[in-house]
Every structure is written in structure tokens, then in C-alpha cells.
Design a binder for this molecule. Structure first.
Ligand SMILES: Cc1ncc(COP(=O)(O)O)c(C=O)c1O
Length: 493
């Protein structure tokens, strides 16, 4: 439609008498783009968005860090707030016109503190980080000098990239390039964090910050123990509660706030808000000196300045509004029930898989995720992830304690926040277990045909007629089942 209109306009421009008419027509068209729906202005893109919507709706979403956010959050994200620049903090902006933006950011701050039952005299919060990774980088930037020392749980043991990940040959995360990091580990046998080893290495390494946070660990962290180790070596305790921030808000898992100096989080995982990051920091008295005089925390300005102007520019005000409404939701009884159900579902999923002979790292779960150790099944994490994706179950391959290679992990991580949002309860987990078990058994069968290599395994699924049919049959069952459960958001996109 547009190309025809443009050629008409060009034709008119060649005729001097009709130039004015052509300009008017072009103006009208540019107005049309501004005011039309995306499905009219960009059908090619919109078709892809709809495909993704269909994928989300028809599949079982079990990636532990994902969720389906609420309609109010999606509505906040596409408001006029997106248009506004507001560098700085409420009341101290570099641009004018921020009277309402200030109120929205203050509301988000107030509600964030309320959601975690924090006293504003003791805790402050910055709601501007664009996501979890920049939030963590801002904490280190504010509190650790360049090449200062940090310690976090190793990535293959369930930590996150931004806790300082590096390998023998490469510094992978910028948090290991600009800071010196040393990992602590889980015990290979139990899968539990080895606090003794952490204490020993912390005494030698003397980090400025110890990070208590996980991306794949199915047991509560012992924040008290972390605090003791930090006190002994003079380190800040930073809790990265990105994965469990919904559970913490609902009070269904231990809270890091009693012990931590700083708490960072994402808001889009179990908390079910927009894709963003938040940093909480202690205020007031930190300790007392030998004379009994108070030593005050000085984290507020360090962290605020690290976020802006240190690392970021203009805050994403639409997202900050979405954080505000998420934090409001997080204080409701419905939200507490939701978080309880996430854990109940994870426990039932775990039990169902164990009953079928699958080994679960640490022997179970107390949170929203579990790590299936596939070494006794004879499948790699990559093959398991691939077959599950083929039958419309989304999860991710993951290293398990004792894995020799991070590149070829032996497990899969399964999470329940997204399925629980869609209304699945314990009895539905039994059906999910059946689907997962069928898929993994099918993968074993395919392996006997394809041989051990992943490329051949994938080729067999793609080309072998008998295999294709079996995979398609199971996918149809999963999709039919999944479609029964509603999803929040806009119906079509
Ligand atoms: C514990 C933890 N911290 C930080 C992050 C980073 O968050 P983002 O992906 O929003 O940068 C993640 C993401 O998975 C995480 O699991």
C-alpha cells in the first residue's frame, strides 16, 4: 500500500504544478504511520510477534527464570512514560517536565520497600537499573574499586555470570574483567554450598563483597552463615535475590534483608513484573567503633551514583511504572497464594520425577526450581533440552555438581513460576511429569538409532520418518494440554 502511494507521490513531484499536492499527501502518510496499529503499519513484524505468542500459549514454559507478566504491567510498558527523559533521581533531574515522573518513581520506591517490609529509615532503593546484570555491575562499581575483589557462587555450581564468571582461558563476564573474582563451590556429593570452603578462601582472598545469590540452586541460602563470614573478613554481604524475589516478597522462603548490606534483584522472574533490576541498600548505623560511637552506612550515594551517571543514562520510566504496579501486586494475599503454589508445584514435580527414577541435585527442592541430574539416565543435558523443546516443553540444559565440562552439561533446570501463573496446580504437575518422562524416554530411543553425537541426534529427529511421527504425536498432546490454561496479557499478542 505504501509503495504504491510513494510512487504516486514521486510522479506528482515531477509535475511542478502538482508539487504542493504531493507534499500534502506525503505528510498525510507520515501521520498515518504515527497513528496506525502495528498490525497495519508493519504486518511482517506483527506476524512474528503473533508466532511468538502462539509458541508461548501452546508450550509448557518451564525455564525457571521466566514468567508471564500481568496485563497491568504490559499496559504500563506501552504508555507515554516511555517518551520522557529524566536523568537523575526524583527532585534532582537534569531535564524539566518531570513532575509526574518524579511521583511515579517515588511510588515505585515506596512500594518496593513495602513489598519487602523494609523500614525507610534503614533501607533505601534504586529502581532505575535496566536489568539484573546492570544492577549487579552498579553495585560493584559503587562499592568496589577497579580490580577490587569479589566472591560469588561459581556459574557451573548454580551462580550467575555477573557474580564474576571466568574460565581457565577467558574472563567471560565483565564482572571478572573489571574486578578480581574468586568463586566458591557446592559440595560435589550433596550439591549444597560448601560454606566451610567459602570461609577458608574468603580469609585468604579478603574480598570486598561476597555475593549470596543463585540462578540454579534448589535450597534456601544460609544468609546468617554468609553474614558471619563477611564479618570475619570485613566484606559487604550482597544478596542477589533475582530468582527468588517473588518468594521473598511473599515470605515463603528466608529473606536476605535481615543479614545483607545490599540486595539486588530482577523484577521479571518469580516476582512476575517487567524486565528490570532493582537495588536495595542499607542506611543508618552500620556498626560501632571501639569507643562505642556509631559508624554510618555510606552506600546510598555510592550506589545511586554508580547507576547514574556511572553506568546508565535516562531511566526507563515506563518500566519504573510497571515496577510500581508489580510491587503493589506483591503485597496482596493472591500473590502469597501464587508463590506458595509455585513451591507446591515444584515439590510435586520433583517427587513425580524422583518416583520415576530421576535423580534431583541436592535430593529435592524448597523453592521454584529443581535440577535434574541425567547422568544415571544416559542422556546429556543438551539432548534432553532439545527433545523437550521439540515437544513444546521449554527448559534449559545445566551443569550438575561434579560435571567435568561446562560445555557439555549433564542436567536440565526446571522451574514452575510460569506454569503456576497459568493456573497449573499439583495434579497438573503429575501430567507434566508424564510428558517429560515420555520425551526423555523417546530421546533415549532416538539415541540408539542416531549414536552418541548431538548433531546426529538432531538429524534423526529432523529426518527419520518414524522418529518425526513419534515426536509430532507427543508435541500434539503437550500443545493440546497447554492450550487449556489461560495466559495473562493481550489475547492476540
Ligand atoms: C541471580 C541472577 N542475577 C542476575 C541476573 C541477570 O539478570 P538480567 O538477565 O535481567 O540481566 C540473572 C538472570 O538470569 C540471575 O539469575
Amino acid at each position: 500500500m505504501f509503495s504504491r502511494a510513494f510512487s504516486t507521490a514521486n510522479h506528482l513531484l515531477n509535475n511542478r504544478n502538482l508539487q504542493r499536492l504531493a507534499v500534502t499527501q506525503l505528510r498525510k502518510m507520515s501521520q498515518q504511520v504515527l497513528h496506525s496499529n502495528v498490525w497495519d503499519s508493519d504486518p511482517e513484524l506483527f506476524a512474528l510477534i503473533q508466532e511468538e505468542k502462539k509458541r508461548q500459549l501452546t508450550g509448557l514454559e518451564m525455564i525457571a527464570s521466566e514468567n508471564f507478566t500481568s496485563l497491568p504491567v504490559l499496559q504500563c510498558l506501552s504508555t507515554c512514560l516511555h517518551n520522557k527523559y529524566s536523568e537523575g533521581l526524583p527532585g534532582q533531574r537534569y531535564y524539566g517536565g518531570n513532575q509526574f515522573i518524579d511521583q511515579i518513581e517515588r511510588l515505585a520506591q515506596k512500594r518496593a520497600l513495602e513489598a519487602y517490609r523494609l523500614n525507610p529509615e534503614e533501607w533505601g532503593v534504586n529502581v532505575q537499573p535496566y536489568s539484573g546484570s546492570p544492577a549487579n555491575f552498579a553495585v560493584y562499581t559503587g562499592l568496589v574499586e577497579a580490580h577490587g575483589r569479589i566472591m560469588g557462587l561459581d556459574l557451573p555450581d548454580g551462580g550467575h555470570l555477573t557474580h564474576g564468571f571466568f574460565t581457565a582461558t577467558k574472563k567471560i563476564s565483565a564482572t571478572s574483567i573489571f574486578f578480581e573474582s574468586l568463586p566458591y563451590k557446592v559440595d560435589v556429593e550433596t550439591g549444597l554450598i560448601d560454606y566451610e570452603q567459602l570461609a577458608k578462601t574468603a580469609r585468604l582472598f579478603k574480598p570486598r563483597i561476597i555475593i549470596a545469590g543463585i540462578s540454579c540452586y534448589s535450597r534456601p541460602l544460609d544468609y546468617k552463615r554468609f553474614r558471619e563470614i563477611c564479618n570475619e573478613v570485613g566484606a559487604y554481604l550482597m544478596a542477589d535475590m533475582a530468582h527468588i524475589s517473588g518468594l521473598v516478597a511473599a515470605g515463603v522462603t528466608p529473606s536476605p534483608f535481615e543479614y545483607a548490606d545490599v540486595v539486588s534483584t530482577t523484577t521479571h522472574k518469580s516476582l512476575r513484573g517487567p524486565r528490570a533490576g532493582v537495588i536495595f541498600f542499607r542506611k543508618g548505623v552500620r556498626s560501632h567503633n571501639a569507643k562505642g560511637e556509631p559508624i554510618m552506612y555510606d552506600l546510598e550515594s555510592k550506589i545511586n551514583q554508580a547507576v547514574f551517571p556511572g553506568l546508565q543514562g535516562g531511566p526507563h520510566n515506563n518500566t519504573i511504572a510497571a515496577i510500581a504496579t508489580t510491587m503493589k501486586q506483591a503485597t496482596t494475599p493472591e500473590f502469597v497464594e501464587y508463590q506458595k503454589q509455585i513451591i507446591a508445584n515444584a515439590k510435586r514435580l520433583c517427587k513425580g520425577l524422583q518416583d520415576k527414577g530421576y535423580k534431583i541435585a541436592t535430593g529435592g527442592t524448597d523453592v521454584h526450581l529443581l535440577l535434574v541430574d541425567l547422568r544415571n539416565v544416559g542422556l546429556t543435558g543438551a539432548k534432553a533440552e532439545f527433545i523437550l523443546e521439540e515437544v513444546s516443553i521449554a527448559c534449559n540444559k545445566n551443569t550438575v555438581p561434579g560435571d567435568k565440562s561446562a560445555l557439555n552439561p549433564s542436567g536440565i533446570r526446571l522451574g514452575t513460576p510460569a506454569l503456576t501463573t497459568r493456573g497449573l496446580v499439583e495434579k497438573d504437575m503429575d501430567q507434566v511429569v508424564e510428558f517429560i518422562d515420555k520425551a526423555l524416554k523417546l530421546a533415549k530411543e532416538i539415541g540408539t538409532k542416531s549414536g552418541p553425537k548431538l548433531v546426529d541426534f538432531k538429524k534423526t529427529i529432523e529426518c527419520d520418518e518414524e522418529t518425526k511421527k513419534k515426536v509430532a504425536d507427543l508435541r500434539a498432546q503437550v500443545e493440546e494440554y497447554s492450550c487449556k490454561f489461560p495466559m495473562p496479557g493481550y489475547p492476540e499478542y
